[in-house]
Design a protein. Structure first.
Length: 638
C-alpha cells in the first residue's frame, strides 16, 4: 500500500480499500485479530456469524453509559468481517496491574461495580447473545452447543450433566436408560433451575479492562456478552493465565478487585444458605447472652489502672500526630515549594531559599541539594525522608533496599515494639486484672497485623507509580510518604488503643463480652464465702470469750453476774411450781374448745400443729445420725 490511511476519509473508502489498509497495518501485540489502523482507530477481525452480536452488545453498552469503544464502520464480505472502532487511550490491566496500588485497586473496583450493577439491571427469561440468542459462553461450550435462547431449565440440565460427567462410556449407558434420575440430590450444589438471566460482559479478564491516565476504567471486547446466570461474570474474571510477574500482593489485589466489582452478589448466591442460618443463630445467642448477663458492676481497680495507662498513651500519640508538634517531620520540599517530580534541582532549592531565614539555604539544605540529583534520589527522599538520603553511611542508589534497611529500625520497628510493650502491660493479669488479660492474645495479634501493614506500605510504596496520573505526568507535586506516615502512624496507634480501651472497659464492667465463671471459679467463690462466714463466727466467739473472762476476773462484775443468774433461777422455780394447764382461764378456754365453741377447728389445728412440728424438727434426724457417727468414732479413736 503506497497511500497512507487517512482518518478523515474513513467513510469515503470502499470496503476493499479499507481491507487493504487493515491488512497492511501492524497487528496488536497481544492478539493477531486487532490491527492498529491509525493513532485513533483500530480494526478487529470477526467471523461473519459473530459480528452481529458483538455490534449489538457494544451499542447497548454505550447506551447504558458504560465506557468502551464506539463502532465507526463495519466491513463485511463472504469470508471476513472487520469492525473499525475508536482507539481508547490507556493501558490494559494485564500490563499495568503489578504497578497499581491498593487505593487504585479499590477505585477501579468501585467503577467496575457500577458498570456491572448497570448491566445486571437488564434481565431476560432466556440465555444467549443479544442479537441472535446464541449461547457463546465458554462455560457452556459443547460440540453441538445449546439451542438459541435457551431457558433456565436447559442451562441447569447442561451444568448438571457436565458436573456428573465421569466418562463417555457411562454417559452413553445413562442415555440408553428409559428414565434417568434428574433429582437435585444427584449433584450437590447444582440447582434444578437457574435464576433469571442478567446481561453480562462475560469476559472481564485483565486484557479487556483498560485504565486511562486519569484513572478511568473502560470495558473492551464485548464479543461474548449476553444474558447468562449472574455467577458467570464472577467466574469469567478468573478465566485467564495469571502473569508470572504478578507477586503475592498483586494476586491478592486482584481477588479484592473481583470481590468489589462483581463478587458480592455472586458470593451471596452460593454462601447465603450457609451464612444466613448462622447469622440468625448468632443473633439469637447474642440476645440470650445480653438478657442473661449480670448487672453491670463498677470498674475494678486493676482495669482502671490499665485504662489510665491507655489514656496517657492515647493522649501522647494524638499529640505526636499533630503536624505542629515539636517532633513532627519538616514539610516535603516538593509540597513546600510546589515543585513537580521533574522540576530541576536548582529551581527547587531556589524556591526553598525563600522560606529560609535571610533567603539563604541551611547546611542541611546544601547537603540535601548535593544528594538530590536524580529521579531515584527523589524517590528515596519521598519514601524515607531527608536523613536517610543524607546521613546513611552504607546506602547507595544502586541498591535502594539499603535505604530501607536504614529507615526501618528507628522509624517503623521501634515504634511498633514500644506499642506492643504498652499492649503487654495493659493486658497483664497482675497489672490490669483477669478481664483485661483475656484480651492479651487478640490484642497482640492485632498489633502484629498493624505492624505488618505498616511494613508493607513502606516496602511497596513507589512515589511515582503509586501516585496519580497527574503526578506521573509531572503536573502536580508528589506526596511524601515519609511525612504522611510519620504523622499517621501515631494516629493509627491512638485509634487502635482507643478500641482496646473500649473493649477492656465493657468486659471489665460486664456490659459486654462477659464470660460466665468456670466451675473452678465457682468453687473458689463458695469456699471464700464459707471461710469468710467461719472467720466472722470465730471472731464473735472470741469476743464473747474475752468479755466473759473480763466479767469473771472483776469482783464487782462477778457479783452482778451472780445476782442476775440467781434472780433468773428463782423466777424459773416460781413458775415451775404450778402448771399452766391448771390456771382458770386456760381451763375455761379448753372447755369451750372441747365443746365446739369459740370457732376453733380442732382438725385444722392438728394439721397446723403437725406442720409446725415437722418444720421445726426438719433436719434433726440427719443431725442425730451425723452426731451418732461422730460420737461413735471417738471411742475407736481414743
Amino acid at each position: 500500500m503506497t497511500v497512507a490511511f487517512l482518518e478523515e476519509r474513513l467513510e469515503g473508502y470502499t470496503d476493499s480499500e479499507l481491507v487493504e489498509h487493515i491488512v497492511s497495518s501492524p497487528p496488536c501485540v497481544s492478539t493477531s485479530r486487532v490491527f492498529h489502523l491509525s493513532p485513533n482507530l483500530i480494526a478487529k477481525y470477526y467471523m461473519p456469524s459473530e459480528v452481529e452480536d458483538a455490534l449489538k452488545a457494544t451499542e447497548v453498552a454505550r447506551q447504558l453509559g458504560i465506557r468502551g469503544p464506539s463502532v465507526r464502520r463495519i466491513i463485511e464480505n463472504e469470508h471476513n468481517t472487520y469492525m473499525i472502532m475508536d482507539r481508547i487511550e490507556g493501558t490494559t490491566l494485564d500490563v499495568a496491574w503489578k504497578d497499581l496500588g491498593w487505593f487504585m485497586t479499590v477505585r477501579l473496583g468501585l467503577q467496575l461495580r457500577r458498570f456491572v450493577k448497570t448491566l445486571r439491571s437488564i434481565t431476560s427469561p432466556t440465555a444467549g447473545s443479544l442479537a441472535t440468542g446464541e449461547c457463546r459462553s465458554f462455560w457452556l461450550e459443547d460440540a453441538y452447543g445449546l439451542p438459541a435462547n435457551s431457558g433456565p431449565g436447559e442451562i441447569a440440565y447442561f451444568l448438571r450433566f457436565w458436573t456428573n460427567f465421569t466418562s463417555m462410556r457411562r454417559a452413553i449407558q445413562a442415555s440408553k436408560q428409559p428414565q434417568v434420575s434428574d433429582s437435585p440430590d444427584s449433584t450437590v450444589g447444582v440447582p434444578m433451575t437457574i435464576e433469571p438471566f442478567v446481561l453480562t460482559h462475560h469476559d472481564l479478564a485483565p486484557r479487556n479492562l483498560l485504565v486511562s491516565p486519569s484513572g478511568q476504567l473502560s470495558l473492551l471486547d464485548w464479543d461474548l456478552a449476553g444474558f447468562y446466570p449472574v455467577t458467570f461474570e464472577y467466574a469469567a474474571m478468573y478465566n485467564f493465565h495469571i502473569p508470572q510477574d504478578w507477586g503475592l500482593m498483586a494476586r491478592l489485589r486482584w481477588h479484592l478487585f473481583v470481590w468489589i466489582g462483581v463478587g458480592i452478589k455472586s458470593l451471596l448466591i452460593f454462601f447465603a444458605p450457609v451464612i444466613i442460618p448462622r447469622a440468625i443463630n448468632f443473633y439469637r445467642s447474642l440476645r440470650v447472652a445480653l438478657a442473661s448477663r449480670p448487672t453491670p458492676r463498677p470498674l475494678p481497680t486493676n482495669a482502671s489502672r490499665a485504662l489510665n495507662i491507655l489514656f496517657v498513651a492515647i493522649l501522647l500519640l494524638l499529640l505526636l500526630s499533630l503536624p505542629f508538634n515539636p517532633h513532627a517531620p519538616a514539610p516535603s520540599i516538593f509540597s513546600l515549594t510546589r515543585s513537580r517530580i521533574n522540576t530541576p534541582t536548582d529551581v527547587i532549592f531556589n524556591r526553598l531559599a525563600r522560606f529560609r531565614p535571610g533567603n539563604r539555604l541551611t547546611d542541611a539544605d546544601t547537603l540535601l541539594r548535593s544528594k538530590l540529583t536524580s529521579l531515584g534520589a527523589r524517590k528515596v527522599y519521598l519514601r524515607y525522608g531527608p536523613k536517610a538520603l543524607t546521613d546513611c553511611p552504607f546506602c547507595s542508589l544502586d541498591s535502594v533496599n539499603t535505604y530501607l534497611l536504614y529507615y526501618l529500625p528507628f522509624n517503623t520497628l521501634i515504634p511498633h515494639l514500644v506499642h506492643m510493650i504498652i499492649l503487654g502491660v495493659v493486658t497483664s493479669a497482675p497489672v490490669a486484672g483477669r478481664e483485661a488479660a483475656s484480651w492479651r492474645n487478640k490484642f497482640t495479634l492485632a498489633g502484629l497485623i498493624l505492624a505488618a501493614l505498616d511494613l508493607y506500605v513502606v516496602v511497596s510504596y513507589d512515589p511515582v507509580q503509586s501516585a496519580s496520573a497527574a503526578v506521573r505526568a509531572g503536573m502536580t507535586p508528589p506526596a511524601s510518604l515519609y511525612h504522611r506516615i510519620t504523622l499517621l502512624r501515631p494516629l493509627a496507634f491512638a485509634v487502635f488503643d482507643s478500641v482496646c480501651a473500649g473493649l477492656i472497659y465493657v468486659s471489665a464492667t460486664q456490659r459486654f463480652f462477659f464470660a460466665p465463671p468456670s466451675q473452678a471459679d465457682q468453687v473458689d467463690q463458695l469456699v471464700s464465702a464459707a471461710l469468710t462466714s467461719l472467720s466472722g463466727a470465730s471472731s464473735k466467739l472470741h469476743a464473747t470469750s474475752v468479755a466473759r473472762n473480763a466479767v469473771v476476773r472483776d469482783k464487782v462484775l462477778k457479783e452482778r453476774d451472780d445476782a442476775y443468774w440467781r434472780t433468773v433461777v428463782a423466777g424459773e422455780e416460781d413458775r415451775s411450781g404450778g402448771s399452766i394447764w391448771e390456771e382458770e382461764e386456760v381451763v375455761r378456754a379448753m372447755s369451750r374448745a372441747m365443746a365446739g365453741q369459740g370457732g376453733v377447728d380442732l382438725a385444722q389445728l392438728g394439721v397446723n400443729a403437725t406442720q409446725y412440728v415437722n418444720g421445726v424438727t426438719a433436719g434433726l434426724e440427719s443431725d442425730q445420725t451425723g452426731t451418732g457417727r461422730s460420737g461413735g468414732a471417738e471411742p475407736r479413736g481414743s
